[in-house]
Design a binder for this molecule. Structure first.
Ligand code: CA
Ligand code: CA
Ligand code: CA
Length: 387
């Protein structure tokens, strides 16, 4: 029988096991020796030139490799030559001819020149490219196999998050500029070059301050961040989702931004104030900084002829909305919420988007005597965006 052997790189002992039905296996150690001939085996390779200069085979590189072979045979290998070829679609051999000076028996010799090859630009990180060098020396021939690990950066957009907003509530609220941090991981075997991430959005409520952000070089296994500023339109609808897309090379990531939800806050006064008859008076409530989404006002006025009365709410910026405008004739009392219980005379929607900070005033006037009344307090409910 004959046993075909892969090209050897060193001389070892071959273990042969002979088995048969119902028989104890027979194990024999067979030392592998060489004939009185040259036999060239793999020793090492050295990357002599790399067009990208990092000393690693990477996509798009033009390379030159020197090959060292050792002579396991018992006689010298006179001026060996070899043709190198590749079976990998990633590694293309451009000039595979190699030559050596005579490699003495037992010695190792580096090729006089190099073989030239290149890595295809689309080669994936960690691809193992296999080469075969078919050699001849003094009428003997054989082959040697070796491989190269193609190293490339492999950038992945691993996530995006909001890291800053104007009012610090961690939400993109209407009218704010928010900062998004995009994290990029290098899963590859080679450091990436500095570059930039681009961003885009189709959401009418969002506007990118800049469409691209710089990204530094990233070592293998490390991450880096790029930051984008995004303006949220003042009229963006709350509690809706708007998307920003990020692209880096072939990698992309879509991030959802949920526009902030306004929150209700109640301000109230139970101070009783006489309304001059005739005449006018004002009650006020202090409100902190924020922005109005919607307003409700509760009146609690005891009066014997509401047709005498006018009531308006005045925002700190001077926007005035009439709640009651001398309607109702001889009816008694104005009690209840505008616009929930009673339709306001003016449009409370005019207050939307106004700043909340400052004194909100309730203006009350009575146009004629004798019927008179007293306000027993009032409430201001603001649905708003609060810092
Ligand atoms: Ca390289
Ligand atoms: Ca916010
Ligand atoms: Ca009156």
């Amino acid at each position: 029988m004959s046993l075909p052997l892969e090209p050897l790189s060193e001389l070892k002992t071959l273990q042969i096991v002979v088995t048969g039905y119902n028989a104890v296996p027979y194990v024999a150690d067979v030392p592998v020796t060489v004939l009185e001939k040259p036999y060239l085996a793999w020793a090492s390779r050295q990357l002599a030139e790399d067009s990208s200069g990092d000393g690693e085979p990477s996509p798009g590189d033009a390379l030159a490799t020197r090959l060292s072979l050792k002579n396991l045979g018992r006689t010298d290998a006179p001026t060996p030559s070899a043709t190198v070829s590749s079976t990998s679609p990633c590694a293309v051999v451009d000039d595979g001819q190699l030559a050596w000076n005579t490699v003495a028996a037992g010695a190792t010799g580096a090729s006089v020149g190099t073989f030239r090859w290149h890595v295809t630009p689309d080669c994936a990180n960690a691809t193992r490219a296999t080469f075969t060098a078919a050699w001849t020396a003094g009428g003997e021939h054989g082959s040697v196999r070796f491989s190269e690990n193609i190293k490339a950066p492999a950038l992945r957009l691993s996530g995006a998050r909001l890291v800053g907003d104007d009012n610090g509530n961690g939400k993109p609220d209407p009218g704010e500029t928010v900062t998004l941090a995009v994290t990029v991981a290098n899963d590859g075997l080679l450091a990436s070059h500095a570059g930039e991430i681009s961003a885009s959005t189709a959401a009418p409520s969002l506007q990118l301050v800049a469409p691209a952000a710089a990204l530094g070089a990233i070592a293998p296994g490390q991450t880096a961040e790029a930051r984008f500023e995004v303006r949220v339109a003042a009229d963006a609808a709350s509690d809706t989702v708007a998307q920003v897309a990020f692209v880096l090379g072939g990698a992309s990531l879509t991030h959802d931004l949920t526009i902030g939800t306004p929150v209700v806050r109640l301000f109230e006064s139970s101070e009783a104030v006489m309304i001059p008859d005739p005449g006018s008076t004002t009650a006020s409530l202090a409100v902190p900084a924020g922005r109005v989404e919607a307003v409700r006002v509760q009146l609690d006025i005891a009066h014997t002829w509401v047709g005498d009365l006018k009531a308006s709410v005045l925002a700190p910026d001077g926007t005035r909305v009439a709640l009651h405008n001398a309607t109702g004739g001889s009816q008694h009392d104005l009690v209840g919420w505008y616009p929930t219980d009673h339709a306001p005379a003016g449009d409370l929607g005019m207050l939307r988007g106004r700043p909340t900070e400052g004194a909100w005033q309730l203006e009350l006037s009575d146009s004629m005597s004798p019927d008179s009344g007293t306000t027993r307090g009032w409430k201001l409910e603001i649905l708003g965006y609060w810092p």
